[in-house]
Design a protein around this ligand. Structure first.
Ligand code: GPP
Ligand code: MG
Length: 292
């Protein structure tokens, strides 16, 4: 195909992974934030998402400094775990024979939560070889590597079997990909009547374009947060019909208020999230959809 007058240039072959994807993989291959590793170490459930629900702020009053750090860490982990359980609870009735797909699985916590809750078989994919290896080792140590598997693959092009999955999800990973391509892959993998769940941060396009805070979050994680409308447009075009939508923004604020005071865990993005959530320009959303 010619898209411009030939100026004597030769077309470069399309790389298997784009420059952008390479940079994202680099970020996650190098990432060792205490806020992820210290929380995960508590019960070997490593999450890469935020928390929801009321926080027990009495942990901040703890007099002993070491104990205070420990209690804050445990409380943040409890809130992140609550978020993972909320998502897993929407995957629908599942049996041990059912397969689920975790798109952008990070260090693997979400697939383990889904497996422990439903007994289902899980396939998690991440663009980071390091995360995939870490997650696989966790599953092996738990003795669930026969049911929960992790793959170093692209969530847009998994190569997994068409129609083989009863449920699938993205937990804070949609901002790394084009939604049309992502939902096409979920629709391909899910069987008819299968369930798709996403928890995401999105900008509120009732306010117009993305705010400065959203741009700061994008730069921090090398991602590209989508407007809320794009989720519904791309789902409608890809056989995913929303059955439940929940605005979790207010539920997300206590986590960030506590995290900003956790000196041993902060990454510097805490106040940006709080400003974005409070001014209404940014929303933390759960969408549950049926694959029709
Ligand atoms: C990472 O979680 C989450 C993202 C990269 C997605 C951005 C999320 C939005 C809602 C916009 P993490 O647990 O690795 O991040 P952190 O290191 O900050 O805890
Ligand atoms: Mg985290």
């Amino acid at each position: 195909m010619t898209i411009a007058p030939d100026a004597g240039t030769t077309a470069a072959p399309v790389p298997t992974q784009s420059r952008y994807q390479n940079r994202v993989a680099d970020y996650w291959n190098a990432e060792e934030n205490p806020v992820n590793l210290e929380l995960g170490r508590i019960d070997d459930l490593y999450h890469h998402h935020y928390g929801i629900g009321e926080a027990d702020r009495s942990v901040l009053e703890e007099a002993d400094p070491a104990r205070r750090r420990e209690r804050i860490t445990a409380e943040l982990h409890r809130l992140e775990h609550a978020q993972a359980e909320l998502l897993a609870g929407h995957l629908g009735p599942l049996s041990p024979a059912d397969r689920v797909f975790d798109a952008g699985c990070g260090r693997g916590g979400g697939s383990v939560v889904a497996h422990l809750r439903h007994g289902c078989q899980a396939d998690g994919v991440t663009i980071s070889a390091k995360q995939a290896a870490f997650a696989a080792e966790q599953a092996r140590k738990r003795g669930i590597d026969g049911q929960v598997r992790y793959h170093h693959r692209n969530m847009l092009d998994t190569g997994f079997e068409t129609g083989a999955y009863a449920a699938s999800w993205n937990n804070e990973s949609t901002m790394y990909v084009e939604l049309e391509l992502l939902f096409a892959e979920h629709a391909r993998l899910l069987r008819r009547g299968g369930r798709y769940v996403v928890i995401t941060g999105c900008y509120n396009d009732a306010y117009g374009r993305a705010s400065r805070e959203v741009s700061l979050i994008n730069a921090h994680y090398i991602c590209d947060i989508h407007p809320r409308s794009e989720y519904f447009r791309a789902m409608a075009r890809n056989r995913l019909v929303p059955v439940h939508v929940q605005d979790l923004t207010a539920d997300a604020i206590p986590y960030w208020e506590l995290r900003r005071q956790a000196d041993h865990l902060v990454t510097g993005i805490e106040d940006t999230f709080l400003t974005a959530y409070r001014d209404g320009s940014f929303q933390y959303l759960l969408i549950v959809a049926d694959r029709v």
